[in-house]
Design a protein around this ligand. Structure first.
Ligand code: XMP
Length: 515
């Protein structure tokens, strides 16, 4: 199978490049940006892409491609920082620019090239760079420019191409077309990758890695761990798979019962459901800081997991997790560890998980995928569509949707409100049009009136967003009548809630969750 290699210099969008290539039907592999050219790297490789980076090419510790990368004869495409490194190595000049470009920028095409085949002059690109090219590398020709800077160049002799903008970002018009030109017209790759092939590859890897060992998978109730459960039960003998679900008491209403039914339907033989809600509530008592909440929950998960470890796993076991690519990148763990940390996810960064990872005793079959790709995989595996289409749910659960301190009373109010909201979305055929919807219980009370009496009730915020991968999000544009009806249903059913508001913030600048 033909493949494209991506050398990663720590960009937040490296996996987006990979994902676009997969969408175009070609297999790709990501290597550390500073890798030397090895047989493994070159095996079936048709082209090499150099990613962007949070570094400036002049910064101390800035990662550099090995010069041999440019001598393989394979077409090399540098994107943003990758283009700048390519330029420096070929005696061009990169400089801190006075006019930085962020966001949309129109690009003029200066001459014909295979890279821009079928792309109109003046198309809108997506830029994100502080440094820019002052002088192209030796034997490079300029093929496109933005208002202020060179936007693309190529060196026909050495088969090198460079783009200052990010074709992988969905906001870049014709970005996918440009990547398609690179992988099919320039690299001449065959279209040979799809989810079934991914499943075959991953199954073989898992079988080899696990052998006759036992596997422990923590089930969270979300799509990712559910898909991994379905996958493992398809690949490995059921008696070797141990599924552990810890009910933190911070789950959605009926979640525990639904998960139990689902896991049994998959043919799981070893299911452990641990009710630890009082432990979680005790340890979270009086805690308002969201990061502290995350830390307490992460630690407790690990303590309970080791305390409750089934006897069969006491000597040794392989840990399986449904970690997604976005969890790694937010935790600052790109392939070459050059990405900057945004938020720590305990399934990535906890010491116990890191120890397992360093010992090679972990399998994370979704580590290169985005949420919507996990859903496609779930469909390919024949997993129940009700599970696959469930909205994402954060690991710390309702703890990060109760702003401020958490009490049992607040948890039940929020569970009830969330249940009503989601049921209403389903009844109105809106659930599958929305990427994620939930309620947030605010730490303020407001005055209301019911009958002739004064009420002093909680304020509840509704959140509903559309997104492709959770990296950016838009507010779902409800019909006003739906919002008004849902609000009355909630306040009429839950007496403790006196007021409902709708969150109209996109991501960025807001995040999807409130904490
Ligand atoms: P944010 O709030 O960062 O959320 O815009 C993006 C997606 O990630 C989920 N999320 C989390 N998932 N542990 C998780 O497993 C967390 O600590 C966490 N925080 C946010 C969020 O629900 C959304 O789908």
């Amino acid at each position: 199978m033909d493949k494209i290699v991506i050398l990663d210099f720590g960009s937040q969008t490296t996996q987006l490049i990979a994902r676009r290539i997969r969408e175009l039907g070609v297999f790709c592999q990501i290597f550390d940006g500073e890798s030397t050219i090895t047989k493994e790297l070159l095996k079936d490789t048709k082209g090499i892409i150099l990613s962007g980076s949070p570094f400036s090419v002049y910064e101390k510790g800035a990662p550099k491609p090995h010069p041999s990368v440019f001598l393989t004869g394979l077409p090399v495409l540098g994107i943003c920082y990758g283009f700048q490194q390519m330029t420096m190595i070929h005696n061009g000049i990169v400089d801190a620019s006075a006019t930085k470009e962020y966001g949309k920028a129109p690009v003029s095409i200066l001459c014909e090239s295979e890279l821009f085949n079928g792309v109109p002059d003046g198309f809108s690109s997506w830029m994100s760079h502080g440094d820019s090219l002052k002088k192209l590398g030796e034997d490079f020709d300029l093929i496109a420019e933005s208002e202020n800077h060179p936007a693309a160049g190529f060196n026909k002799k050495l088969n090198l191409y460079g783009l200052q903008f990010h074709p992988e970002v969905s906001h870049c018009d014709y970005g996918k077309k440009i990547l398609s030109n690179y992988i099919f017209k320039i690299c001449e790759s065959d279209k040979s990758w799809n989810m079934d092939i991914f499943m075959d590859i991953i199954s073989q890897e898992i079988k080899i890695k696990v052998g006759n060992n036992k596997v422990l998978l923590l089930i969270s109730g979300g799509v990712d761990s559910s898909v991994v459960a379905g996958m493992l039960l398809k690949i490995l003998p059921a008696q070797n798979i141990f599924l552990m679900y810890i009910d933190t008491g911070l789950m959605r209403k009926n979640e525990t019962e639904e998960i139990d039914i689902y896991l049994k339907s998959l043919g799981a033989e070893n299911i452990q459901i641990i009710n630890a809600s009082s432990m979680f509530l005790d340890e979270l008592k009086g805690i308002s800081d969201p990061e502290k909440k995350r830390e307490i929950i992460g630690d407790l998960f690990i303590r309970i997991q080791s305390r409750e470890l089934p006897n069969e796993l006491k000597n040794n076991y392989i840990l399986a997790q449904g970690t997604l690519y976005t969890d790694f990148i937010e935790s600052g763990k790109g392939v070459g560890n050059k990405a900057k940390a945004i938020k720590s996810h305990h399934n990535v960064s906890s010491p116990m998980v890191e120890a397992k990872r360093n010992a090679g005793l972990i399998i994370e079959p979704l580590e290169e995928l985005f949420k919507d790709e996990v859903r496609q995989l779930g469909i390919a595996l024949g997993i129940d569509s009700r599970i696959i289409s469930r909205h994402p749910f954060p690991g710390p659960g309702l703890a990060v949707r109760i702003i401020g301190d958490i009490t049992k009373e607040k948890v039940s109010i929020l569970q009830e409100a969330d249940y009503l909201f989601i049921q209403e979305l389903k009844t109105r055929n809106l659930y599958n049009k929305i990427w994620q919807a939930f309620c947030v219980l605010l730490p303020v009370k407001s005055v209301g009136v019911t009958g002739d009496a004064r009420e002093y009730g909680y304020v509840l915020a509704l959140r509903a967003i559309t997104s492709v991968d959770g990296m950016t999000a838009d507010v779902y544009p409800f019909n006003t009548s739906d919002l008004l009806e849902i609000s009355s249903i909630i306040t009429n059913t839950i007496p403790e809630i006196g007021r409902v508001v709708y969150d109209i913030s996109s991501k960025p600048p807001a995040t999807i969750e409130w904490e």
